[in-house]
Ligand binder design. Structure first.
Ligand SMILES: [Mn+2]
Length: 375
């Protein structure tokens, strides 16, 4: 049997206030087409970006799974991720099962396998370690919960089948991407949520979600622990990563990838203001999602407005700072040493990208002297 593995769709996500749902709808069409080449589809969590997803994101999901299960007749196996509202995502679970959509929303679901052909899927949603530990009677750490759960699963598993664990977690040794906000946050608290790779020993394969970069880790006993990564790039650091669906063959245990058609590009331009204007003049991809770094001008509103006009999907914009370093804000100490006219000039430079002209300077000094007289 061939499986298509994906995860971390984050339906409904916005990148710097630009909604991605239009691109995500197109991506769902690619997933429907790719599903025709496999026997089943696994989605390892973070279907939605937020626990209470927007109506548009819910509609997108509903169309996707209806297409997969009803039209393409492919079973779909899903675990809730940390971004999903698990109870909402898995509601009407028994009704959905009848159509071939299996959604694990509560921790106990992991112990009742979904059996399809030669394979038993143990589907574990993202869990609260305290609640899961109370259920299992073990220490409340992510690693201990998964170790205890995996042992319980494998003790009861039918060894004549391929036994696949589907979960949403941070396997030790995995690499996070810039858009893995929660995974990266865990680094700052010492990575307490890392799952030792030995936990996956004994399974035929582990289909994981949570990390947005495609990668394969190998457990000590040789189990492939696979992240498909996000099917679309959700940060500038992922712009160079090729986004793919993972294909797993349950007979040969081989892992391959098929590319996800590119729906949009995240692109960075770093140059002088004049050069950027010139580049934009001949740029046929001005709809790309842009990060622009201007190296010789203050990052003021004037420069920003001009660039936004040229690149409507300008997501991030940085200008040269007054002190030559990163950022464009005037330091408070520096500001306190300037007279009011110089300060107003700097303000105009920063906000508009140009110094006030002669008329404006005249108007400014008149206004300031009037202000001085009145106090
Ligand atoms: Mn995610």
């Amino acid at each position: 049997m061939k499986l298509l593995q994906t995860s971390d769709l984050h339906l409904g996500i916005s990148l710097m206030n630009i909604p991605m749902i239009g691109y995500q709808k197109k991506f769902c069409k690619s997933l429907l087409a790719a599903a025709e080449t496999v026997d089943a589809v696994v989605i390892a969590g973070d279907v939605f970006d937020t626990s209470v997803a927007s109506a548009e994101a819910v509609r997108c999901w509903s169309e996707l799974v209806s297409g997969l299960c009803l039209e393409k007749k492919r079973p779909v196996i899903v675990c809730a991720g940390n971004h999903d509202g698990a109870a909402r995502l898995s509601s009407c679970g028994d009704l959905l099962k009848a159509s071939g959509l299996y959604i694990a929303g509560s921790f106990e679901d992991a112990f009742s396998p979904v059996v399809i052909g030669d394979t038993a899927f143990y589907v574990m949603p993202y869990f609260n370690p305290y609640a899961a530990a109370a259920f299992l009677g073990c220490k409340p750490s992510v690693g201990e919960v998964m170790r205890t759960a995996a042992k319980r699963i494998l003790d009861q598993a039918d060894k004549s089948k391929r036994n696949i664990l589907v979960a949403h977690c941070f396997a030790a040794g995995g690499k996070a991407s810039e858009s893995d906000i929660s995974a990266r946050a865990s680094e700052s608290v010492g990575g307490a949520d890392r799952v030792p790779l030995s936990v996956f020993d004994g399974f035929s394969y582990a289909a994981l979600g949570h990390l947005h970069r495609a990668q394969t880790l190998i457990s000590p006993a040789g189990t492939a622990v696979r992240y498909s990564g996000t099917p679309l790039p959700y940060s500038f650091s992922e712009a160079e990563q090729e986004k793919t669906f993972t294909i797993f063959d349950t007979e040969t245990l081989e892992i391959s990838e098929i590319p996800v058609p590119e729906e949009y590009r995240l692109r960075t331009i770093e140059d002088t203001y004049e050069n950027i204007l010139e580049i934009a003049g001949n740029d046929s991809s001005r709809q790309d999602l842009m990060r622009i770094i201007v190296t010789d001008r203050y990052g003021g509103d004037g420069v920003y407005m001009k660039l936004k006009e040229l690149y409507p999907n300008l997501l991030r914009f940085y200008g040269k700072s007054l002190s030559g370093g990163e950022g464009n804000e005037l330091e408070a100490r520096e500001a306190s040493e300037l007279d009011i006219i110089s300060l107003a000039k700097r303000y105009a430079e920063e906000k508009r990208g140009g110094a006030p002209d002669e008329d404006e300077m005249k108007w400014l000094s008149e206004a300031f002297s009037e202000l001085e007289r009145s106090v």
